[in-house]
Design a protein around this ligand. Structure first.
Ligand SMILES: [Zn+2]
Length: 310
């Protein structure tokens, strides 16, 4: 393979093909699905299955990212996923991890969306945020400046609270809200009146890398500190507009999943039936139960699909 410039350190090197969102999340989704997950070839939406990969990083930068990923996976992701009442003290690696994810997602959108399509002010801010995150990751600056990172852990209680406080859409909550918030991956570059941020969702965690934040005091409890901090059960204060945003993302994913073909649905159902002992008790089953409790039959959105050949 030919050599190219590493997107992070700019060295000329043979670049590695790596996930934009961390690979361990996709392993976790497969391993905790009880055998009923969507397999290769059944990918209505890459974000749900095995997110995009890019040849971006040299071996050294890949190693830099994988060390922070291991820390996050072992010290935060798995402990919280198995017990959301855990109290977790984090070190400097958490901010590095969050910045590395936000940087990758921002890099993805920079390459996907022509920056001149989003207006000069927004483009300049994006370039500045990307530069700050990159310099921080390379150890060239001590902190990422005002391009802050927020980490939001989500468990069943948080979902109840989101459902209650997302008042504008309370009649219109997405019937997969629990499955989306507990298990799925998603990413977006969001630019609204109130804020611009990079949104990354991995299992029960949302990472926000802020590019612009009009009213930072509307966000309390979720900011990732430079040196150390505590992840523990607490009341996060978030703008209601953001809770609506989560619901809208959940609905978008539900609609994409509903668009898969009836033969694919059949395959998934067969896989699930063949693995029913593994499925019952799996994390995927648990998230489905939460949706059934909250939404009743509406949780079975696939029932709306036409019969194959019909
Ligand atoms: Zn590099």
């Amino acid at each position: 393979m030919s050599e190219n410039l590493c997107r992070l350190c700019n060295a000329k090197a043979t670049l590695q093909n790596s996930h934009i969102l961390p690979a361990f999340v996709f392993r976790w989704i497969r391993e905790s699905s009880g055998g009923g997950h969507l397999r290769g070839g059944v990918t209505p939406n890459l974000r749900v299955q095995d997110g995009p990969k890019r040849y971006w990083l040299c071996v050294d930068c890949e190693g830099l990212f994988s060390r922070t990923e291991t820390n996050f996976a072992n010290r935060v992701f798995y402990p919280y996923t198995s017990d959301s009442s855990s109290r977790i003290t984090y070190g400097e690696w958490l901010l590095r991890f969050c910045v590395s994810v936000s940087w990758r997602v921002l890099q993805f959108y920079k390459e996907e969306i022509p920056l001149n399509s989003i207006g000069p002010d927004a483009a300049a801010r994006i370039t500045e945020a990307e530069g700050s995150w990159k310099a921080f990751l390379l150890g060239q600056r001590p902190h990422p400046g005002h391009f802050r990172q927020h980490l939001l852990p989500i468990d069943a209680n948080a979902i109840q609270s989101i459902a209650i406080h997302s008042t504008r859409f309370s009649q219109d909550l997405s019937p997969n809200l629990n499955r989306y918030l507990m298990r799925m991956t998603d990413m977006e570059l969001c630019d609204s009146k109130a804020a611009s941020f990079v949104y990354s969702k991995i299992g029960r965690f949302v990472i926000l890398g802020f590019i612009r934040q009009e009213r930072p005091n509307q966000w309390q409890g979720s900011r990732v500190h430079l040196r150390t901090g505590l992840i523990e059960p607490r009341n996060y204060k978030l703008p209601s507009g953001f809770l609506d945003y989560l619901n809208v993302r959940a609905r978008m994913v539900a609609e994409l999943l509903a668009g898969i073909s009836p033969s694919q649905v059949k395959k998934i159902d067969e896989a699930r039936r063949a693995n029913v002992e593994n499925y019952v008790g799996s994390d995927e089953f648990l998230s489905m139960l939460h949706d059934l409790r909250m939404f009743g039959e509406a949780a079975f959105t696939r029932d709306d699909l036409p019969e194959e050949g019909g």
